[in-house]
Design a protein around this ligand. Sequence first.
Ligand SMILES: C[S@@+](CC[C@H](N)C(=O)[O-])C[C@H]1O[C@@H](n2cnc3c(N)ncnc32)[C@H](O)[C@@H]1O
Length: 214
Amino acid sequence: MVERYKNKVIIVGCGPGLKAYISPKALYNVKKADILVGSRRLLKLFPGVDAEKIILEKNYNVLVNRIADWSSARQVVVLVSGDPCFFSYSRLIIKKLGRESCSIIPGISSIQLAFAAIGESWDDACFISLHGRDSEYAQLVKKAGVFAKVGILTDHKNTPAFIARQLLAGGIQDRRMFVCENLSLPEERILETDLASAVNIKTNGSIVVIIKKD
Ligand SMILES: C[S@@+](CC[C@H](N)C(=O)[O-])C[C@H]1O[C@@H](n2cnc3c(N)ncnc32)[C@H](O)[C@@H]1O
């Protein structure tokens, strides 16, 4: 009988994009991969790793089953951006495989970098992801009404301008908006504005928005 390996799937947090933010522990674990799964952008961070590379795009539901199959015989390492425990693919993988079958290597979240960029603590903030989610605006308005700081993950549809419009329509005013664009990357840009001015703001790339009470 062929003995089946029992490798834990390793989920590695790769930070916000700049390689210098990837921890030595993460690098060490990535080198263990027989199969390396990640977005094109994250896979490019590890050109020298001798593993079969699998591109993660909109195939995440199908891929999670394949990850489960592969992991019985080979070491699968999954790359995620930022921290695996903050709005990432790791949730789906752990739901499928169980937490005892996964090992998580933390990374620096885009949220951490955003708060560092504006010089604010995040221990008193609350968070919401609008990345690929369209039905969270009632929640956002509620949170912005209660918390002094709200950190928001965005996407190409839920832009800072769209978020500003939704907040104003929900009766939220007197807030500063910080737009933290392409953090750690050469095209990084940090903008501070108010909600009324933000409705016309043009942005591009990966963005964290922070809403702060005046
Ligand atoms: C699927 S979520 C992943 C979040 C990730 N787990 C984390 O901890 O940062 C992707 C979202 O994270 C934010 N993000 C990731 N990298 C970023 C960066 N370099 N600059 C600004 N925002 C970033 C954007 O809001 C992006 O749409």
